[in-house]
Design a protein around this ligand. Structure first.
Ligand code: GLP
Length: 247
């Protein structure tokens, strides 16, 4: 596991973009797993400055809320369109999103098939939730889980309420790549900044590997880059490699 600590979120974005740029320069037909939330935005901004050719790249979004209307500004489909497709110049038809019109209609299996047909994901970009979720895989998600509709934790709805007018507006359901789906990506690149992520980063990278803290699965993956700003790295710096135990 390669851990990079930078001074600021902008510098974390530049460091994360460099990892993706290395991949695109060696494989212009690379398959990217695309994260949303606030953490990856500096990465996309830094990538834009590099003027790479993304026209042959394929993208698979990590997750999406269930129940938001088409075109809703809070939907991850909108974020992927504006922050990734339009910013970087990917072809819209080469970018895929997990879809579910309702909690009852789960198209997760079709999404898994589409990822497999693309040859699997070369690099999966990730953020982390304060409760240790990756994608929307909440604590208790199986390490064997695949793309599916799931119920959001109260903590996640509360954390994400800042993107909505009120907590009541935050959807209760989402569709997300599963932990097994994420784990199959050939490289994982996790970005975190801010002191609010510090405890989660420390527990994910130094705590016990457990489905109670989904991001801990990263410790089992053989090819991982973690990019943190100094605030997000605070707890990790106090916890030497090899130390185990919950926080
Ligand atoms: C959200 C998303 C995740 C994201 C995480 C952190 O709920 N589902 O994909 O990584 O939580 O979000 P942020 O980067 O905005 O803190």
């Amino acid at each position: 596991m390669n851990i990079i600590v930078t001074q600021t979120p902008v510098e974390a974005g530049i460091a994360g973009a460099a990892v993706i740029a290395d991949l695109i320069r060696t494989n212009r037909r690379a398959v990217l797993g695309l994260a949303t939330g606030s953490s990856p935005l500096p990465v996309y901004e830094a990538l834009e400055q590099l003027n790479l050719d993304f026209t042959q790249v394929q993208g698979f979004a990590l997750d999406e809320y269930v129940g938001l209307p088409d075109g809703d500004l809070r939907s991850y489909a909108t974020v992927i369109r504006t922050e990734v497709v339009e910013r970087l110049g990917l072809r819209p038809e080469r970018v895929h999103l997990p879809r579910s019109c309702s909690a009852e209609q789960d198209d997760g299996a079709a999404y898994e098939t589409a990822i497999a047909r693309a040859g699997g994901i070369d690099l999966q970009l990730l953020g982390i939730g304060s409760n240790g979720h990756i994608g929307f895989n909440e604590p208790g998600s199986s390490f064997d889980s695949r793309t599916r509709v799931l119920t959001l934790a109260d903590q996640t709805r509360s954390d994400n309420a800042r993107f909505f007018d009120s907590l009541e507006d935050v959807p209760h359901k989402a569709i997300s790549q599963g932990l097994a789906t994420i784990f199959e990506a050939r490289h994982l690149l996790l970005i975190a900044h801010g002191i609010d992520k510090s405890a989660a980063i420390s527990r994910a990278l130094r705590g016990p590997i457990t489905e109670s803290f989904p991001a801990s699965i990263l410790q089992r993956h053989g090819s991982v880059t973690i990019v943190l700003d100094t605030a997000a790295a605070t707890d990790l710096m106090l916890r030497p490699s090899g130390a185990q135990g919950g926080l």
